[in-house]
Design a protein around this ligand. Sequence first.
Ligand code: SF4
Length: 350
Amino acid sequence: MSLWESSLAVRIPVADGLLGVKPMSHSNISIFVPHLGCPHRCSFCDQNAITGSNALPDGEYVKALLSKALDDGLDPASSEIAFFGGSFTAIPREYMLELLESCQPFLKQGFQGIRLSTRPDCVSYEILDILRDYGVRTVELGAQSMDDSVLLLNERGHTSLDVELASSRIKEYGIRLGLQMMVGLYGSTKELDILTAKRLIALNPDEARIYPVAVMRGTTLGRLYESGEYRTYPMDEALELLAKLLSMFSESGIPVIKLGLHSSVDVESRLLGGIYHPALRELCESLIYRRELESMIEKEGVREFTVPKRNLSSAIGHKKSNLSYFREKGIEISIKPSDSQTERLLPAQI
Ligand code: SF4
């Protein structure tokens, strides 16, 4: 995975938004702290494959990375310094402080703040005092599921109550809250995944990430998968579910800043199965558009549509799948780009 996760597509639902896609120029300078600090090895986790990193960064590495980004012309005003992987607030205290300290001169140069990801059971008031003092702007919690039996089966080592407590504490401190959920975990069902989304939405996060399970070799899930004891949802059912979850967050005004893993050689070389596709988000968005097209064709008899330019490929579908879908039903449609600011698909004459 690239260390510089640039031009993150941030999804901003609008009043009548279908997908709420609005690219904002936001960058994360991403620094990975793999596995250190994790009191558990969760059933699905292979951080080294996901982050493509084994090495532990130190303060000097962080400073060099940030200096280079600035030299390369990065605009700090639209960027966060992001510590991902592992459980940042559970790493040895001295090391955590070294990393946070190394960011301080760069915060003075105008970076938006620090972003980090951690576990819900590692967010005490004492930790939050430190994070606030060091300019942490966003904390992402790996909630993964809000069903306690699913959390237990997947060796998470925390409960749904921990997610609720940590979320309210983070908000109490005025720190932005990100919540991450997984889809298709061992022991979960589509109903439980929808329930998880509902409970996360009720916590009113500033943003969310949705990670369907990609089963990696060498993990507990990998072993269960190889023995035939565990399977995730078939891809067509998974896409329907993900499209529903995406719509649920968008309709609640919560941007989903990531859906699915970055595609990479590291992930693909260790992948055994699960819900993985390099264009997963586009597939889900295409499906949402397909449903919208179906409804408008049925209710209004429309065949020609316009859509904001940035959403054109989602509306047409991955490899033009939406056009062929309707063609196979004997319906010819056309979808043209427009300069409209609304996110909705519109009949062409409007
Ligand atoms: S807490 Fe996160 S990084 Fe640690 S083992 Fe679990 S999923 Fe992996």
